[in-house]
Write a protein that binds this ligand. Structure first.
Ligand SMILES: [Zn+2]
Length: 325
């Protein structure tokens, strides 16, 4: 029996069906252009219809959906979506009306954490953190075997703890020096721009500041370009600072890094691990392994499907929920 897992991104909807082992059986991705709720819901239905048709009658137990923003988990209401500018959209109710199956909605980063914990690098761990280093930093925390949700479903918003409150970059949330502003893929670009005046002969930024990508900076660093090396080092220092704080708060067994910047793999990990170790002063050395996440861009959809299978945003059990019509 399969469940549907949907990753609702800012520019696309990815719908999947996933088996009990966390394997994606079918997938359909559709771009989102119009951000009005009804237009996005129409695209969700189109993507769901495609994966339901591909299932060829195989039973589908429930649907899970991960969305950016703050979600009322019980009511399935998107309280606030930064990508779409939504407030109080009763998404679960709208999906349930037509699809006639149990619907579960949660924050996309928490879904990705659930997916990576159940089927990726977090398997068999009791204390686990996923950080996605993309345009921003999404996160989720499993502590003592339980995915932390918090009082208003906001536990795990680690991207907005400040690591450079006086000398950092402005964050989209309005604060200065948030972990996300300093250590996301966007943060890497900002570090490269910030140190650019010290490298007047660098070709990394010249004439293409608005097209500069994090991958180009990392590649330049790998190739030994002085500007790239300087930006990458500043980036790693800030990433390590935020990770060391998380190590102190959570003492996880594993921290998995996903998102575009984490595709640097060992090149990043080898330089990052000693930096984190130095800053983790009160935690025994080697207590936390820092690794690259296993599920990549599919973690959110797989986690949403896992949530549907379990009947909620939980690390516990693998049960199919009772049918709700
Ligand atoms: Zn912030």
């Amino acid at each position: 029996m399969r469940t549907i897992g949907i990753d609702l991104g800012g520019s696309h909807v990815l719908a999947t069906t996933v088996d009990e082992g966390g394997k994606i059986l079918d997938r359909k991705e559709i771009d989102v252009v119009d951000h009005e709720p009804d237009a996005v819901i129409k695209i969700i239905f189109e993507a769901v219809d495609a994966v339901v048709a591909a299932a060829k009658g195989d039973q589908i137990a429930a649907l899970g959906l991960g969305s950016p923003g703050n979600i009322d988990l019980d009511a399935g209401i998107i309280k606030y979506s930064p990508n779409f500018g939504w407030r109080d959209v009763p998404l679960a109710e709208k999906l349930r009306e037509r699809l006639k199956m149990p619907i579960f909605i949660a924050n996309d980063a928490r879904c990705a954490t659930l997916g990576e914990h159940a089927h990726g690098t977090g398997q068999d761990t009791q204390n686990f953190v996923l950080l996605t280093l993309g345009t921003g930093i999404g996160g989720g925390i499993v502590a003592n075997g339980t995915l932390l949700i918090g009082n208003a479903a906001s536990a795990g918003e680690v991207g907005h703890h400040q690591i450079r409150a006086t000398d950092g970059f402005y964050c989209n949330c309005g604060k200065i020096g948030c972990f996300e502003a300093q250590a996301s893929g966007t943060g890497l670009i900002r570090h490269a721009l910030a140190v650019a005046p010290s490298f007047p002969r660098s070709t990394l930024v010249a004439g293409k500041a608005d097209k500069l990508g994090s991958k180009a900076i990392r590649k330049a660093a790998e190739a030994g370009d002085p500007h790239g090396v300087a930006a990458w080092a500043r980036y790693l220092d800030d990433l390590a600072r935020g990770i060391a704080n998380i190590v102190a708060f959570v003492n996880p067994e594993v921290i998995a890094l996903g998102g575009g910047v984490a595709s640097a793999g060992d090149y990043m990990l080898k330089a990052l691990r000693p930096r984190v170790e130095v800053l983790s002063t009160m935690v025994p050395p080697g207590a936390t392994r820092i690794v690259t996440a296993a599920l990549g861009n599919d973690a959110g959809a797989i986690g949403a499907a896992t949530m549907a299978r379990r009947g909620g945003l939980t690390t516990q059990g693998d049960r199919i929920p009772a049918h709700v019509s």
